[in-house]
Design a protein around this ligand. Structure first.
Ligand SMILES: Cc1cc2nc3c(=O)[nH]c(=O)nc-3n(C[C@H](O)[C@H](O)[C@H](O)COP(=O)(O)OP(=O)(O)OC[C@H]3O[C@@H](n4cnc5c(N)ncnc54)[C@H](O)[C@@H]3O)c2cc1C
Length: 385
């Protein structure tokens, strides 16, 4: 299912669901920094978050293009997929690298939404973007690993049953290569919360349910190691393209929302006896934002098509994420400017979406790191870090 006509029913279904969660719903949660439980439950019940899980495990095994359309429509409707988008793609590491027993055990529950796997513990306070310098260690002790360390920005940790955790299992100086010695664990947080695992929420400029996570002699059963010990970095990297494409699609949805709002306001708002949109100084920034969004959208489609054809899409997924995050941020800024003072008023939802979309030039990967990737891997320039 890749063409626009085939996707129309999915897009309409997502739009219809989102119509039950209007601006006032999100504004209230934003004020309270509360989790959109009802919204996430509705998306889960409709099966949208299980889009990429194979049918044999209870998912709907849609294409990446269809999954991207779901995320885009959520954002274009004025809703926010960030509280649950990771439920759609975090399971990819388990699906690709987990054992048959692990998949049988977890994927059906994840597909139903009875098990939430939407916490991803990679970033640490001291290593930041330099993932290979992470310090959280997991030491084998019989049929368990004992984990000590800390993660930061582990989003949705409080609203997830399972966490995909990247930890060092071989000290860096003893590892066979620069990228070896890290391992991935599927941590069942229900078993270890407040018993080796502590979650401390971080309040951010937008309502994002992110947290610091502390591991103090946390015990993780050996059976929850994904794939081979020491090869975890490769497994985590293999999930990055899906994450980049889906978040890029969310940015496209955000950009569409901002552009629609701005164009509609510019048509209706009359100052100096004519619609503000009659002034080129107002219409050109809207047109420019639209052009930027459409160009980014093409790259998202290209990346998704390569992904679902099983081809290497690292460059395209990164470029899609970069272009789409820049396009959504440019559209957000334009939308505030077009609305003048009302761009700052809570009830217009623009300032909320403005804060929400700002994240995506920083996370899940920052602009500079994408530029470094393209410089090194596409243009053959020397590695800069
Ligand atoms: C709200 C939020 C949610 C997040 N959710 C998650 C999550 O669920 N799981 C998770 O693991 N992580 C998560 N992250 C972490 C996110 O992926 C990182 O914040 C991001 O990758 C940037 O890393 P950093 O904050 O450590 O910045 P740093 O690595 O400290 O970098 C700071 C700045 O310096 C730049 N920089 C660093 N090194 C270089 C270089 N060599 N060349 C050029 N520029 C450089 C970066 O681009 C960045 O702009 C989240 C972050 C936020 C803010």
């Amino acid at each position: 299912m890749t063409d626009a006509a085939d996707l129309a029913p999915i897009r309409e279904a997502v739009r219809a669901l989102c119509a039950d969660f209007p601006g006032e719903y999100w504004r209230r949660l934003d004020r309270e920094r509360a989790y959109p439980t009802e919204f996430v439950a509705a998306l889960t019940k409709a099966g949208f978050l299980a889009a990429l899980i194979p049918e044999q495990y209870g998912g709907s095994r849609l294409t990446m293009t269809a999954a991207a359309a779901i995320m885009e429509e959520i954002q274009a409707s004025g809703c926010n997929g960030a509280p649950c988008h990771a439920q759609m793609y975090t399971m990819g590491t388990l699906l690709r690298h987990g054992s048959a027993a692990q998949k049988e055990r977890y994927l059906p529950g994840i597909a139903l939404g009875e098990l939430r796997l939407q916490a991803f513990g990679v970033t640490e306070p001291t290593s930041g973007t330099d993932t290979l310098s992470l310090r959280t260690i997991a030491v084998r002790d019989g049929d368990h690993y004992v984990v000590n360390g800390q993660k930061i920005w582990t989003s949705r940790a409080e609203h997830s049953d399972l966490m995909l955790l990247l930890a060092r299992t071989t000290p860096r100086e003893q590892a066979k290569s620069r990228t070896a010695g890290l391992s991935v664990f599927l941590v069942d947080m229900r078993q270890v919360k407040n018993n080796g695992l502590t979650i401390r929420p971080i309040r951010t400029m937008m309502n994002h349910a992110t947290a610091e996570v502390f591991f103090e002699n946390m015990r993780a059963p050996v059976e929850n190691l994904i794939g081979n010990e020491g090869e975890g970095f490769r497994y985590i990297l293999s999930g990055m393209n899906a994450e980049r494409i889906l978040i890029a699609a969310e940015c496209i949805g955000d950009a569409k929302w901002f552009i629609d709002k701005a164009a509609s306001y510019a048509r209706d708002r009359v100052v100096f006896g004519r619609p503000i949109g009659q002034n080129q100084g107002v219409q050109f920034p809207i047109a420019r934002a639209y052009i930027g969004m459409r160009a980014a959208e093409l790259m998202v489609r290209e990346a998704a098509a390569l992904y679902e054809a099983g081809k290497d899409c690292g460059a395209e997924a990164n470029m899609a994420k970069h272009l789409a995050a820049e396009a959504s941020w440019a559209a957000a800024d334009m939308c505030v400017q077009t609305h003048g003072g009302f761009g700052f008023a809570e009830e217009f939802d623009i300032e909320r979406k403005f804060r929400e979309t700002r994240l995506y030039t920083v996370a899940p990967i920052s602009t500079n790191l994408i530029l470094s990737y393209i410089a090194e891997h596409v243009l053959g320039l020397p590695r800069s870090y």
